[in-house]
Design a protein around this ligand. Structure first.
Ligand code: FE
Ligand code: CA
Length: 513
């Protein structure tokens, strides 16, 4: 309860910061070298924290504005109280132009299961205050309240879901990909993307800066730590490892630029800084005695989508009969190394294994599979042998609390993951919650409703609403609330609950409540 009070205060402080930031920015006077004047906003993208462990986490910000020196010393403070009277630790970080003046601080030796406040100071300005927390000690009883979110296409809708989530006293957010969309905007877009397609370091940086200027997104980052994975649109729609949708020969350079800009804008550690076109986001975190969270990467290491149309990469819809490649057991969505990492790393002690990955895992045939199975090749349906290996591994270890979390498809789906999706009587080995998009559009509800009748293990499907999913997890139960933004064209829209489900520990399969 005490942090509820803290939340109200921090919200008021942030409102003041936002008001100041919304004043028209005056151009720096031409005679001022490096434009260090106070009228240039230096913390215009807010603050963030991430990757909470029991003794450490990552703090982030990025300096903004014209004429920044190539190196800027940024002071950071981490406090046990919101007034910064009780400082846990402080230090300086040298922000470099070559990494977009981003700041990635990793305070260590923190107390477990504790809330902290943090802020940054540079060039005579101070950032907004962020609130963050550590994980409980690995041997401690624990609860966890978190949200999953994905797919925040800025130009088509407002981020009202983030405003709502920032007020829910979440312990953490798990972001599952499509933080930005790389394309240009159509005529008449609600809030058009600046510039056309992002495809270089400068244009990806500008796209992140535009998205991160959103006050609701900033509030959600400042409210609690996040774990993040990417999907395709942080780079290019439907890319697969080093293959572009357009089969562009120079795609590896584009991927390197996109990964660098991603790292620059997220609370990732220095050790994760990309090397050319490679960045490791695969990771594993413990939350007390309660859960292990596995963060997967289904983009960087995947085989190309099966049965691509002549002359291009990317995904398509295929009839199973016309695409035997689909079932080739040599094909993988995660790559062999990551499959082994996951298989060897299941937590056999804690009641819950949470799998944070990008897309819908449940089989979802778009026509009656008894007549003509029809699959989308970009998701797990495009890699059914790899999915079978994963679920067989869960069944073999008798893991009763595997929960797969996903996004990507811009619809809420709740499913029982079956050992054999063609046999409704086969064992349910895991539970799935695939959350709808923060902003991106879906296909028609009528198509989803029709397809759901062919896929009885999918208990719920709703594509006409934007939102997120909020979870309350304890040793016995996982409770899930599927949220819906009432009017996605309004930044201040109310948010309501569409449906609720519960999963009992040791008993896979979501149950409607
Ligand atoms: Fe998306
Ligand atoms: Ca996607």
């Amino acid at each position: 309860m005490w942090y509820e009070l803290g939340m109200i205060q921090i919200t008021r402080r942030r409102a003041m910061t936002t008001m100041a930031g919304s004043l028209p920015l005056l151009a720096a006077p031409a005679w001022a070298p490096h434009a260090l004047a106070s009228d240039v906003q230096r913390f215009g993208l807010g603050v963030a924290s991430g990757q909470p462990q029991s003794d450490r986490l990552v703090l982030w910000t990025r300096l903004t504005g014209e004429r920044l020196p190539s190196e800027v010393s940024v002071t950071w403070e981490l406090a046990r109280d919101e007034a910064f009277k009780d400082i846990q630790s402080r230090g300086t970080f040298v922000a470099e132009a070559s990494w977009a003046h981003s700041v990635h601080v990793e305070p260590r030796a923190l107390a477990s299961n504790r809330w902290y406040w943090y802020r940054f100071t540079a060039l005579g300005q101070r950032s907004a205050v962020g609130r963050t927390r550590t994980a409980p000690a690995p041997d401690a009883e624990a609860r966890l309240r978190f949200a999953i979110a994905s797919c925040q296409r800025y130009d088509v809708a407002h981020f009202a879901a983030w405003q709502h989530l920032s007020r829910l006293s979440l312990d953490a957010v798990v972001f599952l990909g499509d933080y930005i969309y790389e394309g240009g905007s159509p005529q008449g877009a609600l809030r058009p993307h600046e510039g056309s397609v992002a495809n270089s370091l400068e244009t990806y940086r500008a796209r992140y800066a535009q998205y991160k200027s959103d006050p609701s997104l900033q509030a959600a980052h400042a409210a609690c730590p996040w774990w993040l994975v990417w999907d395709d649109h942080e780079v290019e729609n439907d890319y697969a490892a080093d293959q572009s949708q357009t089969l562009d020969d120079a795609f590896v350079q584009r991927r390197a630029a996109a990964y660098q800009a991603y790292w620059e804008h997220m609370p990732f550690s220095l050790a994760q800084r990309p090397r050319r076109a490679d960045m490791r986001i695969v990771d594993r975190f413990r939350w007390g005695k309660l859960a292990t969270l596995h963060l997967l990467d289904d983009r960087q290491y995947r085989d190309p989508q099966a049965c691509q149309p002549a002359g291009r990469g990317g995904s398509t819809m295929v009839r199973l009969a016309e695409c035997p490649t689909l079932r080739d057991p040599a094909r993988s969505l995660l790559g062999a190394a990551q499959e082994k990492w996951l298989a060897d790393g299941w937590d056999l002690e804690r009641p819950w294994n949470l799998v944070a990955q990008q897309t819908l895992m449940a089989r979802f045939s778009w026509r009656d599979p008894a007549v003509e199975p029809l699959y989308w090749t970009d998701g797990w349906d495009g890699y059914p042998a790899a999915r079978q290996r994963l679920l067989d591994g869960v069944a073999a270890r008798k893991l009763g609390g595997v929960v797969v979390l996903g996004g990507d498809v811009h619809a809420h789906y709740v499913a029982s993951l079956k050992q054999d999706f063609d046999d409704a009587a086969s064992a349910t080995v895991a539970s799935e919650f695939c959350g709808t998009s923060i902003a991106s559009r879906s296909q028609s509800q009528a198509r989803i409703d029709t397809a759901r009748s062919f896929n009885p293990h999918v208990h719920y499907g709703r594509g006409d609403r934007r939102g997120a999913v909020v979870f309350d997890l304890d040793a016995k139960h996982l409770q899930a609330r599927l949220l819906s933004v009432d009017d996605d064209q309004r930044a201040d829209s109310s948010v309501s609950t569409l449906a609720s489900f519960v999963v009992e520990a040791g008993r896979p399969g979501p149950q409607a409540v």
